[in-house]
Design a protein around this ligand. Structure first.
Ligand code: NAG
Ligand code: NAG
Ligand code: NAG
Ligand code: NAG
Length: 960
């Protein structure tokens, strides 16, 4: 501030003060006015306040300062004892020189909801020795809270909670100061430190006067001292969002006076059952929040004694058993949230009509919906998705529920017809979801859904036309996927939703044409798997995700597609696009996924990929692309998946791709790639590669030992890969075609733990280098149909993960190494059409292999080719893992998915999962996602069991 300004200020103050006569008013008035002058006023100073106004703007000397807004003086002494400037739009700082600290008689100071610009809390606050109430919440203070605060030994309430905003920095309180604060402030009734970084354990000594303790999100850790639950006057206890904190519930007594009204321990780890004592002792409870507390076991019956409870939130735990009828009869209950637990059984009648919101999503509840739902006249939200409810969805159930804003019944087993008129009584519905039941939506009375609708999910509801949406004008999320909508999307729909729709999913329908997509704010457009014809419609404004694969679109891809500069995913696969790929696509630097496989594209692959490229996945499989693999791909440092298979590319092996640090999947199969695969001097090539498919090319020379020498990811078994992680996200999952068990299979999702080396059907010659045995993580190894000679290296016995091994159609000679017998994971072996001789080694998997695995050799003996072999020693028949044959079980799969899991279990991970995916892609729509996950987990578990078995097998074999 300039000198002149200060002078002016002083002159101004002197003028204002001149009319003041009596002490102490004179000093106080000066102090208050100085304080006022140290701030500017800004209406949106803090996000903390619902309402605010500048209290200080009315302060002037024409009136006694004791009558000013927010100022209270002692009647007798005239000292200012209360200053309430909460939500007063102040912006500025309070430093140690502030005139505020001259008001030394203050007993109550409220400065909440202003903006003190992330300044520190001055130690001078500790000098207000009479202070009983101090509130600095939500006022953008930051830094260390001074230890002097503990000098305020008369404090009854201390509130320092921070606002959660990107602009607010954290306040900190040292463990030591936290403890001395609790020790010294013996009069404390209310302590509110929400959002302050304390990072401490909870001390034992709390004032027994304490009524309110809020320590939300303060980084507390350790165990909650049980004494806290016994504080005799405690009404509100909030320790939520301290994720390092754990606790035990008092088994018998809580606080003797049953004073507790609000309890929030969400996020605290209890790893325990909820005790019955809770319902008996906490009879005053109005709100109980125990979200994500790792609770197990049943919900105690005693909770039905909590007759005053309004808010009951036990979501995201592992509670099981049924929901007792008593819970649904609690007379005051308004909000009940039990989502994502393991609750089962039917839903009993609702005896209390006070309910406003019910969320039971993600349990295993079953049976019909109780009729008493229709009495819940004040219900605004009913979320029952992801359960096993069944029966009809009766119109009468909802006809009284006029207040309903959100209703979700999706992912259940409801069946029969549901008429749109079910919803036409609702006044202001915002969110409706019926997706993935067995219902068919009808509209016998030609009603339309209310205009207020914001989110509508009707996937797999047999929807045939859109007329019922004619009145909707605010739709933002619309999921009509997996329905029977034919023809075109009507013009009224586009004009209704042009400015509202953000997320449109009409995939898996029978739409035949989309001339244009005039959406101005779309983020996701999904029109996959329709019957769309004509040319590619280009939206006017760039969405983030644009999926229009599996249609019959044709003609050239217009270069105006490159105007969609915010595209992150573009999926045009499975159409009839022809002509060249627009070169400019390489310039969309946001693009992460570009999928154009299975079209008729010709010409060259774009060469314009720059260093700024975000490309993660490029799939151009199954086109007629020519020329070389563009070198500019080496700029795409984020590339994980590159599939250029089944084209007419003519080039040598792109060893230079090996410098891409994240490349994990490389398929170049079915091209005209040729020449030997030469050594490169660069270290650490292809460090992350897990799938390499070079089959059906004309590569020659020796097998590329140089390449095998790299491939770090295939040389170590990384246990963290065990978790079922996929390439892609919920919107797009990479898929790839690989040969599994001798036939091509499309794997619709690529798990990180797939590992494939396929060099089959080339012109490789010479011996198989023993270094192949170092690739211990490989699951599918195919070197068939080459000109390989010599022996099978004994090092193959080290391939402890291999599930499918194909060396057929070569010139291999000599005996099959005994070591192959120890490959317990192997479920497919093909050594046919070579010159192998001698005894077939026998191991735990031998019975799974058929005669044709060995046919066409010079002289192999033993099971399964012949009975007698001189050295026939069958090892460990107890350990046999049953393996089903693929063909015979395929038909079974169609009828029973769970059998597929068993099948996968027997066949090894890769093979099993690929069979499941194959089955799913030919059968029902992908809504069985949950079942897939379940099966994946089963297979994973099976795999771990198998690994144990393998270890046992090895251990036993070491004794031989
Ligand atoms: C406790 O308060 C007294 C005065 O009220 C003060 O002298 C003392 O230093 C305080 N103790 C701590 C640990 O802050
Ligand atoms: C609490 O509920 C149980 C069973 O729900 C009941 O037997 C008991 O009498 C109730 N206790 C009180 C104090 O209301
Ligand atoms: C609830 O889970 C426990 C294991 O946490 C189990 O012992 C009990 O049988 C389950 N009860 C029900 C009703 O499923
Ligand atoms: C529904 O809400 C209204 C207004 O809040 C209230 O007066 C009425 O008692 C409520 N009805 C029930 C059954 O709780």
């Amino acid at each position: 501030m300039g000198y002149a300004v200060i002078m002016l200020l002083i002159v101004f103050l002197c003028h204002e003060v001149s009319s003041i006569s009596t002490l102490p008013h004179k000093h106080q008035t000066i102090s208050l006015l100085k304080f006022k002058q140290s701030f500017t006023i800004h209406p949106s100073a803090s996000g903390f306040c619902q309402e605010s106004y500048p209290k200080t703007s009315s302060w002037n000397t024409s009136r006694d300062c004791c009558s000013w807004d927010g100022v209270v003086c002692d009647d007798i002494t005239g000292h200012v004892i209360e200053l309430d400037l909460g939500c007063s739009e102040l912006v500025g700082t309070i430093d140690s020189n502030s005139s505020l600290f001259q008001l030394s008689h203050l007993q109550s100071l409220d400065l909440t909801g202003n903006n003190f610009s992330n300044s520190h809390i001055s130690p001078e606050f500790g000098k207000f020795s009479s202070l009983k109430h101090l509130d600095l919440s939500g006022s953008y203070f930051s830094g260390q809270i001074p230890s002097e605060i503990s000098h305020l030994s008369k404090l009854h309430s201390l509130r320092l909670s921070t606002v959660f905003s990107i602009y607010s920095k954290k306040l900190r309180l040292t463990t030591h100061d936290f403890k001395s604060l609790l020790q010294n402030l013996t009069q404390l009734r209310e302590l509110d430190l929400i959002g302050i970084n304390i990072s401490s354990t909870i001390p034992l000594n709390f004032s027994s006067h304490l009524t309110t303790l809020r320590l939300t999100y303060t980084g507390l850790y350790g165990i909650i001292p049980e004494s806290l639950f016994h504080l005799p006057n405690l009404e509100t206890l909030d320790l939520s969002r301290n994720y390092e904190l754990s606790g035990y519930f008092p088994k018998t007594k809580w606080n003797s006076s049953a004073s507790l009204v609000g309890l929030d321990l969400s996020g605290v780890n209890f790893s325990d059952n909820l005790p019955e004592s809770l319902g008996y002792h906490l009879t005053s409870l109005r709100s109980l929040f125990l979200r994500s507390c790792n609770l197990r076991g049943p919900i105690p019956e005693s909770l039905s004694n909590l007759t005053r409870i309004k808010y009951l939130y036990l979501n995201r735990n592992s509670l099981n058993g049924t929901i007792s009828p008593g819970m649904l009869s609690l007379p005051s209950l308004k909000y009940i949230d039990l989502n994502f637990n393991h609750l089962s059984g039917p839903l009993e009648d609702f005896k209390s009509n006070s309910l406003i919101s019910i969320n039971l999503e993600g349990n295993q509840l079953q049976g019909h919906l109780p009729h008493s739902i229709q009495n819940l006249v004040n219900l605004t939200c009913l979320i029952l998705s992801f359960n096993n409810f069944s029966g009809c969805v009766d119109v009468s159930l909802f006809s009284n529920l006029k207040q309903l804003l959100c209703l979700s019944l999706s992912y259940n087993n409801f069946s029969g017809r549901v008429d749109v008129s079910l919803f036409s009584n609702l006044k202001q519905p915002r969110y409706l979801s019926l997706s993935y039941n067995n219902i068919s939506l009808t509209n016998d009375n030609n009603v339309t859904l209310p205009e207020s609708l914001y989110t509508l999910e009707l996937a797999a509801c047999e929807v045939k036309e859109l007329e019922f949406l004619r009145s909707t004008k605010q739709l933002s999320y619309l999921d009509l996927s997996n329905n029977k909508i034919q023809g075109r999307i009507p013009d009224w729909a586009w004009s209704n939703w042009m400015f509202s729709l953000q997320d449109l999913d009409m995939s898996h329908n029978m739409l035949t044409s989309v001339d244009s997509i005039p959406l101005q704010f779309a983020d996701i457009i999904d029109l996959r798997s329709n019957l769309l014809q004509g040319s590619l419609p280009i939206p006017p404004i760039s969405p983030t995700y644009f999926f229009i694969s599996q249609n019959n679109l044709s003609e050239e891809i217009p270069s105006s597609i490159c105007n969609l500069t915010s595209l992150v995913m573009l999926d045009l696969a499975g159409n009839n696009f022809r002509g060249e790929i627009p070169q400019c696509l390489g310039n969309i630097t946001a693009l992460q996924v570009l999928d154009m496989r299975h079209n008729n594209l010709s010409g060259k692959i774009p060469t314009t990929f720059s260093n700024e490229s975000s490309l993660r996945s490029l799939n151009l499989h199954g086109n007629k692309l020519e020329g070389k693999i563009p070198r500019s791909l080496a700029n795409c440092k984020d590339l994980e998946v590159l599939d250029l298979g089944d084209n007419h590319l003519i080039d040598t092996f792109p060893m230079w791709l090996g410098t891409l640090p994240k490349l994990q999947v490389l398929s170049l199969r079915f091209n005209e790639l040729h020449g030997p695969i030469r050594t490169s001097r660069i270290e650490n090539m292809f460090p992350e590669l897990r799938i390499i498919d070079l089959s059906y090319n004309v590569f020659s020379g020796n097998l590329p030992s140089c390449l095998f020498h790299h491939l770090k990811a295939m040389r170590t078994i990384d246990p963290s890969m065990e978790a079922p992680r996929y390439f892609g996200n919920t919107y797009y999952q990479d898929s790839i075609t690989v040969a599994i068990k001798g036939s091509d299979r499309e794997i619709v999702r690529i798990l990180y733990l797939y590992t494939v080396i396929d060099l089959s059907s080339n012109k490789f010659r010479g011996q198989i280098p023993s270094i192949v045995g170092d690739l211990i993580a490989v699951r599918i190894l195919n070197l068939s149909q080459n000109g390989l000679q010599g022996h099978i290296p004994p090092s193959f016995g080290d391939l402890s993960s291999v599930e499918s091994l194909d060396l057929s159609g070569n010139q291999l000679s000599g005996e099959i190494p005994q070591q192959l017998a120890s490959l317990t994971t192997l479920s497919f072996l093909n050594l046919s059409h070579n010159h192998l001789q001698g005894c077939i080694p026998q191991g735990p998997q031998s019975h799974t292999f058929e005669r044709n695995s060995f046919e066409g050799n010079d002289g192999l003996q033993g099971f399964p080719v012949s009975r007698s072999c001189t050295d026939d020693r069958v090892l460990d028949t107890n350990d046999i893992v049953s393996g089903l044959d693929d063909e015979e079980s395929n038909s079974e799969f169609q009828s029973d998915f769970r059998k597929g899991a068993l099948m996968g279990y027997g066949s090894g991970l890769c093979i099993g999962l690929s069979i499941i995916y194959f089955m799913l892609s030919s059968g029902k729509p992908i809504w069985l996602a949950r079942i897939i996950l379940e099966m994946e987990h089963k297979i994973m578990r099976g795999r771990r069991k198998k690994q144990r078995r393998q270890r046992n097998y090895r251990r036993r074999n070491n004794h031989f």
